[in-house]
Structures are given as C-alpha cells and as structure tokens.
Write a protein that binds this ligand. Sequence first.
Ligand code: MLT
Length: 389
Amino acid sequence: MRQIQEAERIKNLPRYLFAEIDRKKKELISKGVDIISLGIGDPDHPTPLFILKRIQKALYNPNNHRYPEYEGASFLRKAVAAFYKRRFGHNINPDTEVLITIGSKEAIFHLPYAFLNNEDYAIIPDPGYPVYGISTKMIGANIHKAPLLKENNFLIDIDNIPPKILKEAKIIFINYPNNPTGATADEGFFKKLVKIAKQYGILIAADYAYSDITFDGYKTPSMFDFDKNRDVSLEFHSLSKPFNMTGFRIGFVVSNEFVIDVLKRLKTNMDSGAFTAIQEGAEEALLKGDKATRRMVEIYQKRRDIVVDTLQKCNISFFYPKGTFYVWAEVPNGFSSISFVQDLMEKTGVIVTPGNGFGEYGEGFFRISTTINDKRLKEAMQRIKNFLS
Ligand code: MLT
C-alpha cells in the first residue's frame, strides 16, 4: 500500500501555538490539576445581551439560512462605515471599501495569498501574531523579521529595515496596540511608516484587533489619519475582542477599492461568507456597542493593574501596557521562556504563554492574558508570587 503523505508545504507547518497550549491544558485538567489559564486572549465575559438577542432573532429568519452576500451583508458594510465615521472621523464607501470576513484571522491568513509572489517579502513583527509569518511561508514567499525590542518600546525600527528588503517587500504587518507586548505606537511612527510604504509601494497591513482595548486615555489613531487616500494601508478589524465575540468569527477589512476588490476576488472563490445572523449581531455591536466595550476596557484596566502590581512586588520586569489585555514580562534569571512556562505550569497549574511562541525575539519573555475573572486572576498572581519566592 502506498502511504498517504502530506504536501511539502504542510511538512514544516508548526502546530498552532494556542492549539498546543490548549492540548497541554486539557491533559493537565484530566490529571486533576487545578489549572488557571492566562494563556490565550479569549474574553471571559459573555457577548453582550443586546447582541445575542439580535442574533437569536436573526437565527429564525429563513432568509438568513441561505448563502450570505459574498462581500458581507450591505447592512453590515454600512454599519462599518458608520462606525468609522463615529470612531475615526473617516468617510468609507461601504460598497467598495469594506469587506466582511470570518474573523480577522481568516483575513490575515489570506492577505499574502492575494498580494505576494514567491520572490516577494512580507515584513513581519517579531514577536508577533503567528499567522502573519505562517501564511507568508505557506505560499512560498519570504519573510523579513522586524524585531520588536524593549529598547525601542517594541516598535518596529523602520530605519533599520535594509533597503534591499524594502525594495522586495510587498506587505508590512503592523499591530498596535500590540499583541503580545501591549505596546502602542505614536504619530511619528505611523507617519514614517506611511512615507516609506509610499516610497517603496508596500501595503501596510494593520491588525486593529485591539484598537479599542486601550487604557489611561490613550486612543488608537486610524492608519488613514496618516494615509488620507488609503493608498498604501489596510486595517483588519475583529469583533472578537471589543465585543467578546471570539466564538462567532466575525471581522472586517477596510482599505481602498483596489485592495478590497483583490481580496474579494480571492475570498469569493474560497468561502461563502459569514453567517448572516451573526452579521446582524455584528451590525448591532458596531452601531450600539460603544458602552459595552468601554465597560470591558475598565475591567481589563483593573486586571492589568492587578498583574503589574504583583510583577512589581516580585521584581519581574514588564512592559506597562496602554492597550490590549496582555502583560509582557521578562522571565527571571536562569530560565528560558519555555523552561519558565513549563516549571510554572507544573508547579502551580498557572498557564502563561512563552514569549518565543511569538517568534525568536520573544525569547526571554512570557505573556499574561487577563481574560479571566478577577478572583482567579488574583489567585493565579498569588501562585506566581509564591513560585517566584
Ligand atoms: C492570542 O491569544 O494571541 C490570540 O488572540 C489567539 C488567536 O487569535 O488565535
């Protein structure tokens, strides 16, 4: 019998970081360990009731049981435009400049398919969301890792990207507020990036998953504040984090007409869009959800403070985040990212994410996600404190 073989492109594909952590977590739970997971960034609060009610009603509408509109329901694209006007002050054409996606992971994964040839480069932040690099490698294009270093406040050092790479790059992924470091970017960064992107013809793929999870008065600007005609930028949005909707898989992309049309061509050949009932819930969220997001942000800000307070007491260096629900901290002396995470998990049952899971420049760090209720978070931090002392 001839053995079934996987394709070459799959051979080197690593297992997804959070799927692996989940596997380990289940294994420990089955052994009776009291696990507290500060691993994946998956909001613990339920989706707000007003969104659920709309989805519930939409579920029974037989029109919604049929194929959705390919580029996303026109009512949701209009809601995206209204959200953009209210939130960022930008006028977006809902017919040509918006594409509804099955969460932003799907959209991020497919972007390199639409814009990279084999010889091209994508510049990806390292540490960064694993999907940027995995997708680029899967289609056989090249990645250039842009290190996010502590000494540069975890911003991409644009001046340090070699001109040879800039000439061959077609996409640069950015993500501020940043997963995993919690860093935010300033105007100077965005302006410089747009200038370079225009000079070299590079598409700025801005992952805005955490744009509204910000603290201490910080407000994330739109890329389009700096790239007025949306010549070189695209924003990926997700309803997962601001509206506790990770399970629903719903997001959207905003860019210029050309970029959206290219993505649309790829996407309509590949999937049939998001369930319309969920798109109705997303419309509700985008039109009426500001208060719900603000409530969650207050909760995450308090949790951030619980975490940084313990880390300070334990003399652990960390980056003080103005956004996301993550805290990025340095492993104590004598540990690698993996040995720290494993030791912590085995001795305390607390799961955190090893920094090197986000790329080689994440080595020496670990990430705490605060998507767990305050009581368990405090318990986890106490266990970490005991472990370190
Ligand atoms: C994370 O925890 O970094 C991500 O949100 C997980 C994911 O999107 O797969």
